[in-house]
Structures are given as structure tokens and as C-alpha cells.
Design a protein around this ligand. Sequence first.
Ligand code: UDP
Ligand code: UDP
Length: 422
Amino acid sequence: MSQPSQPLSSAASLPHILLIPSAGMGHLVPFVRLATALSVRRIAVSILAARPTVSAAESHLLSSLPSSIPILDFPLAPLDPSHFPPSSDPFYLHYEALRRSAHLLPPLLSVTGTSFSALIIDVSITSTFLPVASAANIPCLLLFTSSASMFALYSSIPSLSLSSPDFNIAGILKIPNSSLPPPLRDPTNLFTTQLVDNSRALPLAQGILINTFPALETEVLIAFNSGQIVPSLPPVIAVGPLPLLGNLAENHPPGASQAMRWLDEQPERSVMYVSFGSRTALPTEQIRELGAGLEMSGCRFLWVVKSTKVDREETGEIEELVGKGYLARVEGRGLVVREWVEQMVVLSHRAVAGFLSHCGWNSVMEAVAAGVTVLAWPRTADQRVNAALVARRGVGIWPDHWVWEAEPRRKGWWRRRRLGIR
Ligand code: UDP
Ligand code: UDP
């Protein structure tokens, strides 16, 4: 998005949009970026914050928003987890709690006394919030937080046979069955039930916003807007790359964290940044093998290690994860941290040359915006669809034989993979 020419003026006379994210930093970050972009374009914005948040990172981001993005608190009644499969993802359970609270939105809005011009809601709450918005006569757009290619799959789900060897979408996008988000193979998984419901409701929206840009996903965007993918869809609008949060240099002075101080000491374009986003945990065995690989590679690296899906649950010492003696062996050449790093600031640092990424869509867009090459290791969900795009568009490379979270593991499987033995 280019910057607006006019500064924000008196909020009372401006159109006012309420943004409703679902859960997880991969959703909240693009919503906050969109809110920032709108607020500097003479549009008043508020963000609905469904509480309690799942992760500490979400609470922290919400509490650090500028006064130009006020928050409307939306307390959620907790769901009884015994009604859901025991393995249910905490973020998807939160989507579900929010989805079931859609009827509480109109009373909340009437208490605020604000007449909202439109809502922009997360795709994951589409099927319950769109009818409520329509009954309240408020135009409602969706923000899809992954790629347009993933949205092509998402919106086509009701008409696809999930057992096909591959999915040929409108003759412009071929997605192999092995790239299907693994939870979709289980019809009882919350991911599947919500996605199918949401996908059917898409035509009720007034528009669909995606954090992508035409040069990156040309054919898919054209196909959407000429009705070739799902004829009944509203306009699909590429709004990316969404502007970064605040002014990087101003908000993140050099040396502000251990990671930044370490990067400041490294030679230009010498460091591999290794991170799998905000909610992807690796089992200890994989952490050890990845550590061995980084050590053997001889490269400089900054590695954000994560062993639990929800940040509040991380405990213990890093050394327990990476193995005794590891930190001393790589000292000077590699830094391992287990904390939130300001990824956009890291990617924009002169010392960073490459990004080993799970290909969460925000990470891909941030790498593109910073001009950093991606080495893709997708782990689950939409990440293989995104990784294929990374490889296709020259954003980076994807060794597509690397395992995926859902693949069965035999003893020693990971070592055999690493050595190229099937
Ligand atoms: N992120 C960050 N620091 C971290 C981990 C993640 O700033 O230590 C940000 C990252 O820059 C991105 C978002 O959190 O904006 C994660 O979204 P993404 O779509 O890449 O992956 P997800 O976490 O949803 O799997
Ligand atoms: N999604 C959804 N319902 C679900 C799970 C995901 O509607 O139960 C949507 C989600 O909003 C996102 C897309 O499907 O835009 C890809 O979701 P995924 O879980 O792969 O990514 P993440 O939630 O980590 O960003």
C-alpha cells in the first residue's frame, strides 16, 4: 500500500470500521497492519479484542496499540473442551468460542453508541458473523490472512473431492494432494468443520481482502475476479504488502534486544534467520537434529527455538532443548533464543541473508518486503501451498521431500531423511 497524502483529521466525522481478528499472531498482526493503513487514510478504526487471548504475544500487542486504534473488549465464554476432540488446537478452539458469540456483537455495538460504517472480519468467523452483520445492515468484508493461492483452495473446498491425487483449480493452479492442510483429512477436526462452513458462506461478504500483491499472484487474482474460481464470490482485493507496524528505526533502536545486539556484531548478509512463526512447536528430537544441521553447516545463524504451541507454556532452559554443550559449541557463530523477536526488524537487518521459514503467510510477505531469500520448510496447514508459491515465484527454494508435521515417523526417520536415505 502506498502512503496517503492527507493526515488524519477529526475522528467524529470519519467513516468508522470495526476490525474483528480471530486468534493467533498470524491473524492479529495483519489486522493491526490493516488498521494502521486505514487509520492514516482518514478512516477511523477500532479492533474487537476477544478475551482472554490464547497467547501472551497477542495480549502484549493489543496493549501496545497506539491511541489511533482503540480496542473494544469482547469477553468470551470459555468452551467446554470435553465437547471437542482432545487434540483440538487451542487457537481453533478460540475461533470456535468467537464464532459461537456472534449474536453478542449487536448488543455490544449498541452500547458503544458508534455507528460503524463496515466490519472487516477474519475469514475463520465468516459463517456466523456474516449473517449477524447482514441482519444489522452493516456491510462486511473479510480479511484472508494467507495467500490468494491458499484462498483458491479454501474457497473451492465445497466442490472438491479431497481424495483426488491433485487439485486443478480453474486450470491455473495445480495443488498436489500431499499439500492439502493435514487437518482437512479428518472430517471431525475443528479446522475442517469451520473451514467447510466458512467456505460456503463466502458469497455473503461484500469483499475479500488478501495480504498479497498482483505481481506475486497474478493469475490467481485475475481468475478470482473473472469468476473462474468461484463464480458467486464478491471482489477479491489484493491489499499487500500491508505496511509494517510503526517506524522500524524509531520503535526498535539498535541493540534493543539480545538478538539485535548479536546481529549488530555480525558481518553484512552473513546470517541465516531460523524461525517457524508464532505457533509451531518442534519435538525435541527435531530440535536436536535441526541444531546438528545448523552446526554442521558452518553458517552463522539466529535461531528462535520453540517447543510449545502456546508461548505461555514455554518453561525450562534452552539447553534442555538443544542439548548440553550445544550453546558453547556454536558460540560466536550461532545465537539461540527462546523469546519473541521483532521479526520484521530482524529480516530488515543488514546482517541477515536468508530465512529458514515454515512459510506462514505473514513470514513470506515479510521476507519479500525485506528482500530476504527463503529456505522453505513447511510444517502444516496452508504452509505447503505457500512454499510452492515461494519456489515458483523465485522468493526462495523449497526442498519438497522434507517431512511435514503429519507424516508418520519411523525410528530414525529424521536422520535417514537428512542423509537422503528413504
Ligand atoms: N513473529 C515475530 N516474532 C516471533 C515470531 C513471529 O515477530 O518471534 C511474527 C511474524 O513476523 C509474523 C507473525 O508473527 O508477522 C507470524 O505469522 P505467520 O503467518 O508467519 O505464521 P504463524 O505464526 O501464523 O504460523
Ligand atoms: N481457517 C479457518 N478455520 C479454521 C482454520 C483455519 O477458517 O478452523 C482459515 C484461517 O483463517 C486462515 C486459513 O484458514 O486464513 C489458513 O489457516 P491455517 O490454520 O493454515 O493458518 P493460521 O491459522 O496458522 O494462520
